[in-house]
Design a protein around this ligand. Structure first.
Ligand SMILES: [Zn+2]
Length: 330
């Protein structure tokens, strides 16, 4: 594992938190909030490493102490990452109970113990309740670092027990400059990737590196073909449902939001999915706000059920939404 990265737009925050630690003013529980894909995860990881390192420099972990060695082999006993067991699902109470057991023990490397939980809003109610008490008194030299893309979905009692830190959003120019350098692409290409990633640079990088652009293209072509009657909702759902459904629904949602924007202000013409502007305009002209918001609500409900249900019928779920898409213009 290479040294985790602190993006340039978060350097100020980084220095602030390092200073808090140096002055022994670090709280037990930090809630790091902000949009998806702007660098929170990497930041949390980097901060955990800095805390666990035995000989950190002013800003960085040293990279060669025993603690850093354990970190680089991802076997540090005093660092726990808590994620949903499956992407898009809930963090369960059993996972939190295991965590409480970890917090009960003393640090094996004689320093800090750090827990990074992401995304914190994916804790179900039982899990959140189980965590509450530990948030107040997790023990000495312990940091619970909760990372949240949607802090509004967290229980207020969880939020109030954490010091909330808002992760900075990069300016557009800074984001595209960083992304272009990171991917060794032209600034134009970087700007294009950012546009379809809601301006989130790490999400854009992920999109590029995981080759998700092909999947996005299949969805966009498929949706355009559906409107033209060249394919059916059944056939398209059959083709797509085995892919990254959470990602597909996110793109679908962003298209619908674009259409709503165009309907509200036809002269606006500034949308996230600028490459699909022609299709978006066509749908915006033909559909009604009522139909559009019904579909947006339905899509949100399906995203939640995808997270909560054990074994959702993915194909049927997608098919229903695609039928809703066709109905927008019928
Ligand atoms: Zn070190």
């Amino acid at each position: 594992m290479s040294m985790p990265l602190v993006v340039p737009w978060a350097q100020g925050l980084w220095q602030k938190l390092v200073r808090q630690h140096q002055e022994s003013r670090l709280p037990h529980a930090l809630l790091l909030t902000g949009h998806t894909g702007i660098g929170k995860s990497e930041f949390a990881q980097a901060f955990a490493h800095r805390l666990l390192c035995h000989e950190p420099t002013a800003l960085q972990p040293c990279g060669h102490c025993r603690s850093c060695e354990l970190l680089s082999s991802a076997t540090h006993p005093d660092l726990v990452y808590l994620h949903p067991e499956e992407a898009g699902k809930a963090i369960k109470v059993d996972q939190v109970r295991e965590l409480l057991q970890f917090l009960h023990n003393t640090a094996q490397q004689g320093g800090y113990r750090v827990v990074v939980m992401e995304p914190a809003e994916s804790m179900n109610i039982n899990a959140a309740n189980a965590l509450l008490k530990s948030l107040e008194e997790p023990g000495d030299n312990t940091l619970l670092l909760l990372v949240s893309h949607q802090p509004g979905q967290l229980m207020p009692t969880i939020r109030s027990r954490c010091q909330q830190v808002t992760f900075p959003v990069p300016a557009a120019a800074q984001a595209s400059e960083w992304l272009a350098a990171e991917l060794q692409q032209t600034p134009e290409r970087a700007a294009q990737l950012l546009s379809i990633s809601q301006g989130a640079p790490l999400k854009a990088r992920d999109l590029f590196q995981r080759d998700l652009l092909k999947l996005r293209a299949s969805l966009m072509t498929g949706l355009a073909d559906l409107l033209k009657g060249r394919t059916s909702a059944v056939a398209l759902a059959e083709t797509l449902h085995k892919d990254d459904l959470v990602q597909l629904l996110e793109w679908f949602h962003s298209l619908l939001v674009d259409i709503a924007r165009l309907q509200a202000d036809a002269d606006r013409q500034v949308v996230s999915n600028a490459d699909m502007l022609k299709m978006l305009n066509a749908v915006a002209k033909k559909t009604t706000a009522g139909k559009l918001y019904t579909l947006i609500d339905q899509l949100q409900a399906e995203r939640i059920s995808l997270m909560e249900r054990h074994n959702p019928n993915r194909q049927l779920l997608l098919e229903t939404l695609l039928l809703g898409w066709v109905k927008l213009v019928r």
